[in-house]
Design a binder for this molecule. Structure first.
Ligand code: ADP
Length: 327
């Protein structure tokens, strides 16, 4: 038995995740056979295990991703897009909390952060790990609850780096997040769209097989305009709007529990009714939400309004398969 023989034997060992042998993946760093050690029953074999550095891992896997390979292997039952008229109304919060609520109910959930120019999903979930790319695609990063998350922010060298891209490039990146990311089997993939109803979100929506749209507005947002635009867009694309979530709609007094309509009474129902767009729920302004999201702990956040929001989404887009054990 010499080093070559041992290498050959090790080349039979497959890495379970990357479906390639550990020798070609560069995981066997060195083999030393000492002259006086014969590999018989009494032989001494020493194996030193070390973790590959990020750099080694990337080098080993470089160039191995086959474009579009993941898309054919993914089994994603439903893709839901979360959309808003402008930034800052809580679209990412709704994406994150809806994903968390679905995962708490036992569904396999992924989050695709397509808000390339303002990606806040990784921060909300406290994720900083870089995704690893393998032969069949880029593996999304797993959250504490087991959600699969992919965002441009996880690929940037520094999370504060700005992405200054034009529309076509953004749409291209989002398409790659669909075609080159190995999502595996998911019941729901939630797509956090860039704000607005203009070109980029439109192209993104046309590129992915979206089953339904969840609209997010706030009382300060020109809700009527956004809902009408979105309704038009959905009609054009032949995609159903599952409903509207009004965020920061009111506050609850921490002392007496009284509901305070900070922006006056909501007109959302009156706007939605003629358009036949349901209201999914109203989320209060709550310091707990802001604090937990800032600390990367959205998965510890409990917002009662999401029970109804999730029920109403599930009623319109029921999962195809049986759910796994609730978490
Ligand atoms: P968008 O995705 O629409 O740009 P975000 O979801 O990132 O908006 O929310 C913007 C900010 O407001 C975040 O810091 C978030 O934590 C906070 N926020 C959102 N909704 C609420 C809420 N209901 N109560 C308190 N803070 C909120």
């Amino acid at each position: 038995m010499n080093a070559e023989g041992i290498r050959k034997a090790l080349a039979q060992v497959q890495d379970p995740e990357r479906h390639k042998d550990i020798v070609s993946l560069g995981m066997v760093r060195d083999i030393v056979v000492e002259a006086d050690t014969a590999l018989d029953s009494g032989a001494k074999v020493e194996v030193q295990l070390t973790e590959m550095t990020e750099e080694e891992r990337r080098k080993a896997l470089q160039g191995q991703t086959q474009q579009g390979a993941a898309e054919h292997l993914n089994k994603v039952d439903h893709v839901l897009a979360i959309m808003s008229g402008k930034g800052g109304v809580g679209k990412s919060l709704v994406t994150g909390m809806l994903a968390v609520e679905l995962a708490r109910r036992g569904y396999r959930v992924g989050v695709l952060d397509a808000d390339i120019t303002g990606p806040s999903i990784p921060k909300m979930f406290g994720l900083t790990e870089r995704p690893i790319s393998g032969p069949i695609g880029i593996a999304p990063v797993k959250s504490k609850l087991g959600l699969s998350v992919m965002s441009i922010n996880l690929l940037l060298p520094n999370e504060d780096d700005a992405v200054i891209w034009r529309g076509p490039l953004i749409s291209g990146a989002v398409k790659q997040f669909w075609g080159d990311v190995y999502w595996g089997t998911l019941d729901y993939l939630l797509v956090d769209l860039p704000p607005g109803t203009a070109d980029v979100p439109l192209t993104v929506m046309q590129s992915l097989p979206i089953d339904g749209i969840v609209l997010v507005t706030s009382p300060q947002d020109l809700a009527g305009m956004v809902v009408r635009k979105a309704a038009n867009m959905a009609a054009q694309l032949d995609k159903p709007i599952l409903g509207v979530v009004e965020n920061m709609s009111h506050a609850i007094c921490p002392h007496c529990g009284e509901r305070i309509d900070l922006f006056g009474p909501s007109h959302l129902s009156a706007i939605c009714e003629p358009l036949r767009v349901p209201v999914l729920g109203r989320i209060p302004i709550d310091a707990q939400i802001a604090t937990l999201c800032d600390q990367g702990q959205v998965e510890d956040c409990v917002v009662p309004a999401f029970a109804q929001i999730t029920d109403l989404v599930l009623a319109q887009v029921p999962a195809a398969g049986p759910i796994s054990e609730a978490k």
